[in-house]
Design a protein around this ligand. Structure first.
Ligand code: ACO
Length: 425
């Protein structure tokens, strides 16, 4: 095979080098295209554009494969914990027992949030969306924890602080939004157990930790830990490329994740299923989703990369079923979800458009079973995605091919024209 592609333009031939990834995907390197030919490429939504080389996550959307650092997500969901997976994502290999113990100690040491930040929290209107609060508060962390002189120490401490504090901050925002007393982290609890305790413990009703619920939260977070160059990760890399501090870059990622076409979809799915449950007529809503003149879409269906069943959705569906059984709960929305999935998977439109349930389709059911309120769903996604954002940011900082992100455009506005004074317009 040639290791370049030929481009012919205005009678001249150019050779564009090919770059091969470790799983066989091949890219055309266009980094010198404009310099050599005067041309740029146009790719709205970057659907065909590789913005970096990355050794973190492998996704094959045609075959429904997802691996973190080479390890299938199914194995991690079954056998790992979120804390161990976070270490894997950020450091590139599973931790030894000694490394894991040290990591746990550091997470514990950094789990408290500066007391002055509580005042900030109390100033947000009660109706604020927790994602807006989280994004603002993560950005504010730089003011409370100024930069250290030693770069390596600065990065290590910032990473640990973020992983530990975001979890505390998420639980705090929930407690404050309800007017309840903030529950502090406990050193005797694991990462996920600690979060659940901070969310649900109360002075008048101690929270009883259930190992099945703790496991379900671990799996939920593992399934969200990274997904290569998705919208929020791209935001973290783009903002990070200006060499802002890590808190600011992560804050940008949280803002991007908030959108209903991205992480906000898990909340949107539950709202949609609840509406369908009230409405009853699923077929009519599926028909709406297929109507070209109607912007309505089935939330939790479709994905930019997966053109087959999202492997995370498969695990999440199974977990929703098992968890509800174990907790002896019944959720009418799970029945609606199953019915909707069955209708959509048989429908020509959804089949032809390769629209399958994505990770968000069943994740809301799992979160509801755990007791997480709907407006906190995307915050849980953000906690899960944090190790991925951090790993991607770190990788970009160490990348010898790193460049400030600055795309081009094809200008299609007016040609040069003169300024017209206001009295002559
Ligand atoms: N319901 C109905 N039709 C859909 C849906 C849907 N959920 N998703 C895509 N389509 C149709 C589009 O109308 C379009 O049809 P056309 O080609 O006939 O015009 C075609 O499928 C392609 O859609 P695009 O939006 O171009 O595909 P893209 O790859 O840009 O979209 C996206 C991916 C944004 C996720 C889309 O499928 C969607 O809006 N899904 C619902 C929101 C959602 O669940 N988001 C979560 C994604 S997973 C995550 O972020 C963790």
């Amino acid at each position: 095979m040639d290791d370049y592609v030929r481009l012919t333009y205005r009678g001249r031939e150019f050779r564009l080098p090919l770059v091969a990834g470790s799983e066989g995907e091949t890219a055309v390197d266009i980094s010198r295209l404009r310099q050599e030919t005067g041309l740029i490429t146009l790719d709205p939504g970057f659907a065909n554009t590789g913005s970096c080389s990355s050794a973190i996550t492998f996704v094959d959307g045609e075959r429904g494969i997802l691996r973190y650092r080479g390890i299938p997500v199914e194995q991690l969901a079954e056998r790992s914990t979120f804390k161990e997976t976070a270490f894997l994502m950020i450091n590139g290999a599973l931790p030894t027992q000694k490394e894991l113990t040290r990591f746990s100690v550091l997470l514990n040491d950094h789990s408290l949030v500066h007391e002055d930040m509580k005042i900030f929290y109390q100033s947000f209107p009660r109706s604020s969306h927790p994602m807006g609060i989280l994004s603002a508060m993560v950005n504010a962390l730089r003011s409370f924890y100024p930069e250290l002189q030693n770069l390596e120490e600065e990065i290590n401490i910032t990473v640990t602080r973020l992983l530990s504090k975001v979890r505390t901050m998420a639980a705090m925002s929930y407690k404050i939004s309800r007017g309840h007393t903030v529950v502090y982290p406990r050193s005797d609890l694991t990462y996920c157990a600690n979060f659940l305790n901070m969310m649900f413990d109360s002075p008048v009703k101690p929270y009883e930790l259930d190992p099945d619920v703790v496991k379900a939260l671990n799996v939920f977070l593992i399934l969200h830990a990274d997904h290569e160059q998705n919208c929020s990760t791209a935001a973290v890399r783009v903002v990070g490329s200006a060499r802002v501090n890590l808190y600011a870059a992560i804050s940008a990622g949280i803002a991007a994740l908030w959108g209903p076409l991205h992480g906000g979809a898990n909340q949107a799915v539950i709202e949609m299923l609840a509406e369908m449950s009230r409405h009853g007529n699923l077929a009519a809503m599926v028909a709406r989703a297929k109507d070209k003149n109607d912007p309505y879409r089935l939330m939790g269906f479709g994905h930019r990369v997966y053109k087959t069943y999202d492997p995370r959705a498969r695990i999440m569906k199974q977990m929703a079923h098992v968890l509800l059984e174990k907790l002896r709960l019944s959720d009418p929305l799970l029945d609606v979800a199953r019915e909707l999935e069955a209708i959509a998977l048989k429908d020509d439109y959804f089949v032809e458009h390769h629209l399958y349930p994505n990770v968000d389709f069943y994740s809301g059911i799992v979160l509801r079973a755990i007791g997480i309120p709907t407006n906190m769903f995307t915050v849980l996604f953000a906690i899960g995605r944090l190790p991925g954002w951090i790993a991607q940011w770190k990788e970009s900082m160490d990348d010898p091919a790193w460049k400030l992100c600055r795309p081009r455009q094809v200008y299609c506005g007016p040609r040069e024209r003169d300024y017209v004074p206001i009295e002559e317009r």
